[in-house]
Design a protein around this ligand. Structure first.
Ligand SMILES: Nc1ncnc2c1ncn2[C@@H]1O[C@H](COP(=O)(O)OP(=O)(O)OP(=O)(O)O)[C@@H](O)[C@H]1O
Ligand SMILES: [Mg+2]
Length: 246
């Protein structure tokens, strides 16, 4: 068996003297879409930062392709919730997307059609987030990390972008680790959902649940959300989050 693309092996993270992530182990296979949910402050962003090499674990190891992650890599792309700060305001849409290509030494030839020559301030939130995602995909990453990318968008825009990301990920065979507050979004997008708990208590891992999502693809906003497996998973995750613990 080939090594999983990403492996957390008893990863613990202490920041400012507090254990933010208690020893957590899981793997993400190539081409898998794994979503992470959990209450605010339970360490979701910290976990993504560790996956990207921006934060060093205080215990355990993060491995990508079997090799310990010690620093950020061009092969890992990070989509932030705050698109307003992720885009360079003085660059056009085309210029922002081209950044990733310039960093990789690839000539820019990205046409974002009608909006290519606009500046971020001239775009809606949904469109700005699209640009940030396009820039990450232009990087042709091995692993795509997304931190509540649609959290600031209205429901209609969010659903549109969910479907667009699901389609692009399938087309390009990408591996994704996706953090969200939205349990339905996690089930809708994921092959698996991992639920973290805050303050698990001494000796207990942050990872509280790992659920498979046995719903066929392509999915769609109406029928998928009526699928019996969708409803059962939603019930289980809501129960877990509302109790506030595992
Ligand atoms: N550099 C740091 N130094 C000290 N504490 C930190 C640091 N970064 C994060 N924390 C703390 O770690 C905890 C987890 O933060 P994190 O941002 O990972 O949570 P989260 O699950 O992403 O929350 P949210 O859902 O609100 O985004 C929080 O209590 C936060 O204050
Ligand atoms: Mg966060």
């Amino acid at each position: 068996m080939a090594a999983p693309l990403l492996a957390f092996d008893r990863v613990a993270i202490t920041l400012g003297g507090r254990e933010i992530l208690s020893p957590t182990s899981f793997e993400v296979g190539r081409g898998e879409f794994v979503c992470i949910v959990g209450p605010s402050g339970c360490g979701k962003t910290t976990l993504l930062r560790a996956a990207s090499g921006l934060v060093a674990p205080s215990g355990g190891t993060v491995r990508r392709n079997g090799i310990a992650v010690t620093q950020p890599s061009r092969e890992v792309a990070f989509v932030f919730q705050d698109y307003g700060r992720a885009l360079l305001p003085w660059r056009t849409v085309q210029g922002n997307v081209a950044l990733a290509l310039e960093a990789a030494g690839v000539p820019a030839k990205v046409g974002l059609t009608a909006h290519a020559q606009k500046f971020p301030a001239q775009l809606s939130g949904g469109m700005q987030q699209r640009v940030q995602i396009a820039r990450c995909l232009a990087q042709a990453p091995q692993l795509l990390l997304m931190d509540e990318p649609f959290g600031a968008l209205d429901a209609l825009t969010r659903h549109g972008l969910q479907d667009e990301v699901a389609r692009l990920v399938a087309e390009q065979g990408l591996t994704v680790l996706f953090v969200t507050h939205d349990l339905e979004e996690a089930i809708y997008l994921g092959d698996r959902v991992i639920a973290l708990q805050a303050d698990p208590g001494p000796g207990r891992p942050s990872l509280a649940r790992m659920l498979d999502v046995p719903i066929p693809r392509p999915r769609d906003q109406l029928t998928t959300k009526e699928h019996p497996a969708f409803l059962a998973l939603r019930r289980e995750l809501f129960g877990f989050i509302e109790q506030g613990h595992g």
